[in-house]
Design a protein around this ligand. Structure first.
Ligand code: SAM
Length: 196
């Protein structure tokens, strides 16, 4: 496997020392994109928020600061990512404000209509079955809740064979049942806000 493919594999499913180092780098490298994307969103007080593919846990940390009275959940199918996210959010994990679980987007371990907001940063282009994974997210989202996808455009184009354009994603989200889909773009990144 080439070095590039090894790095892509680690971004998709971080493992061991190399994976942990990449998660630390991503925590820093994605900060300004995350800040911009979250500036497009207002979080209601006491919201239950889920970050899918939480990686090194920096977004969970930011969401927890933005939502002092709510509860923040993070899931990631990588054991290494779960370990790093717990470390990044140790204080909030210890107090019970943040909960990190190892789980795949394809089978989210929460009941129907549980979350007010669900975020997915730099991860949806790795998911195994976007149509069904987006339905699974719809299941755990409350009516009127928001699902937010954020990614660099070139990564969407590079990794995905389907759903590369705004129109494709909008059609998929609307067919799943989301009522309102808004796109924001900034310096090569896209933030899609879909309301249930
Ligand atoms: C490029 S990293 C982004 C991490 C973090 N969201 C960030 O912005 O820094 C992608 C993350 O998505 C996770 N991931 C990929 N496919 C997943 C899936 N099917 N279910 C849950 N997590 C997944 C990976 O384990 C990895 O931690």
């Amino acid at each position: 496997m080439s070095v590039l493919n090894k790095l892509i594999e680690q971004a998709k499913n971080p493992k061991g020392f190399v994976g942990s180092s990449m998660l630390c780098i991503m925590n820093v490298a994605h900060t300004s994109m995350t800040k911009w994307a979250l500036s497009n969103i207002e979080i209601i007080e006491h919201a239950n928020v889920l970050d899918i593919g939480c990686g090194g846990g920096k977004t969970v940390h930011t969401l927890s600061k933005m939502n002092p009275h709510g509860k923040i959940y993070g899931i990631d199918y990588s054991e290494q990512a779960v370990e790093n996210s717990i470390k990044t959010n140790k204080k909030d994990v210890d107090s019970g404000k943040v909960l990190i679980k190892q789980a795949s987007v394809s089978s989210i371990p929460f009941s129907n209509h549980f979350f007010d907001m669900i975020t997915a940063f730099q991860t949806h282009y790795f998911w195994p079955d976007l149509e069904n994974d987006i339905k699974e997210i719809f299941r755990v989202l409350k009516p009127n809740g928001y699902f937010i996808i954020v990614a660099e455009l070139y990564k969407i184009k590079y990794h995905m064979t389907k759903f590369k354009t705004k129109e494709d994603v909008e059609k998929l989200l609307k067919e799943t049942g989301y009522n309102n889909v808004i796109f924001h773009e900034h310096r090569g990144s896209i933030c899609i806000v879909a309301r249930k």
